[in-house]
Write a protein that binds this ligand. Structure first.
Ligand code: MLT
Length: 312
């Protein structure tokens, strides 16, 4: 039947700017990945995409905002592994990862690096473990708040090293890295999409990558397994979300735009320079995204409980 004036709400989608919420500070890894794909997605959709940083509480403030936004396709969330750790860490979440969102698709899985201020005494990961055991009370470990990827990786490190360190929370690892370069904080675990530049420039000391294989763009960095901490493995998977109830044909248009962006040579090159790569086309789908989130929720709730951390 004819669409009539204006057609169905989603028939002419998009008819206005689209906002992608990044639940961490500008200039950090989540922001960086989002801005990489925003341009080719906007071109495919024929709409302007605005990236908006909504910080706080390890990404849960931004996630909550999108979970409760209008399900019209004009507010979308970029989030990462933090969506699968939040329920185990926050007692009163304003959203349920599997019920409050429509999945649009997976984006990329980013390696993490263990990095320190460049004059920090330990020279290797093993020396770092020895050092923090002897100086636990005074060593500062930066992260982007409870539930951030850096927080989870820091938790894994402390569990593997058998220490409890003084954690210094930021609203994103963008500002955390600035302080690390400035020597205000001792070390942190952060994604290659943020740390690669400073590692290559020698502005921070890098001990290892948290992936099973070395990262091609950081060939001199050993894996945690090579460096003697095989248990410290974590990669930061990212997905795009829309509020539950967003019309399926709108989700489909967003998924198609995501796939187009991930096939864009500029995006592939930018990601490669920063140690990561787009997911395979079949993973940039709602089904693959939901399956990943279900799997990850199960894994991390157990790891967090085993680490003796309770939701608060
Ligand atoms: C960021 O974008 O700041 C990071 O994703 C924060 C984190 O999760 O560690």
């Amino acid at each position: 039947a004819a669409c009539g004036a204006g057609g169905s709400a989603s028939g002419g989608y998009p008819e206005q700017n689209i906002t992608i919420v990044v639940p961490f500070s500008a200039g950090g890894p989540t922001d960086t990945v989002t801005r990489m794909i925003a341009e080719p997605m906007a071109a495919k959709l024929g709409a302007k995409i605005v990236v908006q940083n909504v910080e706080g509480a390890g990404g849960t403030v931004g996630a909550d905002e999108v979970a409760n936004a209008n399900p019209d396709g004009y507010t979308v969330l970029m989030h990462h592994i933090g969506m699968s750790t939040a329920p185990a860490l926050y007692a009163n979440l304003g959203f349920k990862p599997l019920e409050s969102f429509e999945m649009i698709g997976l984006v990329t899985e980013v390696p993490m690096t263990i990095v320190a201020r460049k004059d920090f005494e330990p020279k290797t990961l093993q020396e770092l473990v020895t050092y923090v055991k002897a100086n636990a009370a005074k060593v500062t470990l930066a992260n982007a708040g409870v539930g951030a990827a850096s927080h989870l990786c820091g938790l894994l490190f402390q569990t593997a090293a058998g220490v409890k360190l003084q954690e210094v929370p930021y609203k994103g690892t963008g500002p955390a890295l600035t302080d690390l370069v400035g020597g205000q904080v001792d070390f942190m675990c952060d994604q290659t999409t943020n740390t690669s530049g400073q590692i290559t420039a020698g502005e921070v000391k890098a001990y290892a990558v948290t992936t099973p294989e070395r990262v091609k763009s950081l060939p001199n960095l050993p894996t945690t397994a090579e460096a003697g901490l095989p248990g410290l493995k974590v990669s930061v998977w990212h997905g795009l979300y829309a509020p539950k109830g967003t019309p399926q044909d709108v989700v489909q248009k967003l998924t198609e735009a995501l796939k187009t962006a991930l096939a864009d040579q500029k995006v592939i090159d930018q990601m490669a320079k920063l140690g990561t790569e787009p997911v395979k086309a079949e993973d940039a789908t709602p089904q693959a995204h939901r399956a990943k989130l279900e799997e990850q929720l199960g894994i991390w709730s157990k790891v967090i409980a085993d680490a003796g951390v309770k939701a608060s």
